[in-house]
Write a protein that binds this ligand. Structure first.
Ligand code: NAP
Ligand code: F7E
Length: 331
């Protein structure tokens, strides 16, 4: 039975990857950082089938202990400070976790067992102010946020350890991927939840920032399968995972409101508080390499993605008390 260690298992991708690897008969170990609350809701449905251990990307000794004790065959490094606006307000923390955290894990692998296969969760945010359309593995990078800069460091240090120490280390350059398990602060989930709350009479407006930005949005479960495929190859290579389509934030909003028969213009309020110091205006990926070498294909269209997220938030509202919803944080 192969053994996989997932960092960031409490996050969106970590929980889907755990689902996927259990189906493939892996032994799954999830690394979580210590917190006073312990938010394990995303993997509650499989909590009896995975082993949860403590470790923090900020603490290199914790990583060495984890690897020495558990000796995984594969590591999926999904942990990060992953929210772009927070990277502007907490740039140093973002650098510590999202950039240097990658080196800490790679060093731990080099010290404990160089044969462990390593996946790094890199991001289309590295393309930032894009130099080429669409973006592929060979497109030059131009990050536009401390998050993008930190991910770029993580990408290159992964390439560097592969080339310097002959390690099986790959960087998956993933474009935006979403699901009902997405964090509430990210645009697609903020919209799906906001629309559901308005449709249920629990809210009367949805405050958003830049409606013109364009993204290449896919469905998260498809993307975690791609991560696994990258680690099953004979040789380590980097891959872009994307749908190849781009849509604006405004399009996402319009489809979401239309799904519940509401006119978005009556509810959406543009709030400059949600503008970013530097924006990424246009992302669209070229997934040809992943399609031809891995056989990877996205399975959900853009419209289907928007609709399934709104449906999931409508269903969630029916099963949860309105008073038990999260506090009103200005994400
Ligand atoms: P997410 O939901 O924000 O999850 C991030 C995870 O990182 C959480 O489990 C979080 O734990 C953990 N974490 C944060 N700081 C940590 C630390 N110091 N030590 C250990 N764990 C820590 O992110 P996601 O959407 O699943 O994305 C997974 C990865 O892919 C991230 O690296 C992200 O940057 C990258 N990525 C995501 C996308 C996307 O569209 N989703 C696209 C490209 C790349 P807590 O629960 O304790 O906070
Ligand atoms: O923003 C615009 C915002 O926060 C998308 C992360 O997973 O994907 C994600 O990064 C767009 C931006 O994701 C609001 O300005 C407008 O142009 O959903 P987002 P992101 O910044 O693209 C990449 C690939 C990652 O790697 C990251 O970890 O939507 N936008 N109004 C808004 N965004 C938010 N959050 N909230 C708004 O009110």
């Amino acid at each position: 039975m192969p053994k996989a260690l997932i960092t960031g298992i409490t996050g969106q991708d970590g929980s889907y990857l755990a689902d996927f690897l259990l189906q493939k008969d892996y032994e799954v170990i999830g690394m979580v950082r210590r917190s006073s609350t312990g938010n394990f809701t995303r993997f509650k449905h499989i909590q009896d089938r995975i082993q949860i251990i403590q470790g923090d990307l900020i603490d290199p000794v914790s990583l060495i202990h984890v690897l020495e004790e558990h000796r995984p065959d594969e590591i999926y490094n999904l942990a990060a400070q992953s929210f772009v606006p927070t990277s502007f307000s907490q740039p140093l923390l973002t650098g510590e976790v999202t950039a240097l955290g990658v080196t800490r894990m790679l060093e731990a692998i080099r010290i404990v067992d160089k044969t462990i296969r390593f996946y790094q969760a890199s991001s289309s945010e590295m393309f930032g102010k894009v130099r080429e359309v669409p973006q592929s593995e060979s497109t030059p990078f131009y990050p536009r946020s401390p998050y993008g800069v930190a991910k770029l460091y993580g990408h290159w240090i992964t390439v560097n350890y592969r080339e310097s120490y002959d390690m099986f280390a790959v960087s998956g350059i993933l474009f935006n991927h979403e699901s009902p398990r997405r964090g509430l602060e990210f645009l697609p989930r903020k919209v799906s939840r906001g629309v559901a709350r308005i449709a249920a009479g629990l809210a009367s407006e949805l405050r958003l920032g830049n409606l013109e930005a364009r993204r290449d949005w896919g469905y998260a479960p498809d993307y975690v399968e791609g991560m696994w495929m990258m680690l099953q190859q004979d040789k380590p290579h980097d891959y872009v995972l994307a749908t190849g389509e781009t849509h604006s934030v405004g399009e996402f909003v319009r489809i979401a409101f239309k799904h519940v028969n509401l006119d978005w213009e009556k509810y959406v309020v543009i709030d400059p508080r949600y503008y970013r110091p530097a924006e990424v205006d246009l992302l669209v990926g070229n997934p040809t390499k992943a399609r031809t070498e891995l056989g990877w294909e996205p399975s959900v269209t853009f419209a289907e993605l928007v609709q399934l997220m709104v449906e999931a938030d409508l269903a969630l509202l029916e099963t949860t008390e309105p008073s038990s919803s999260t506090p009103n944080i200005n994400w």
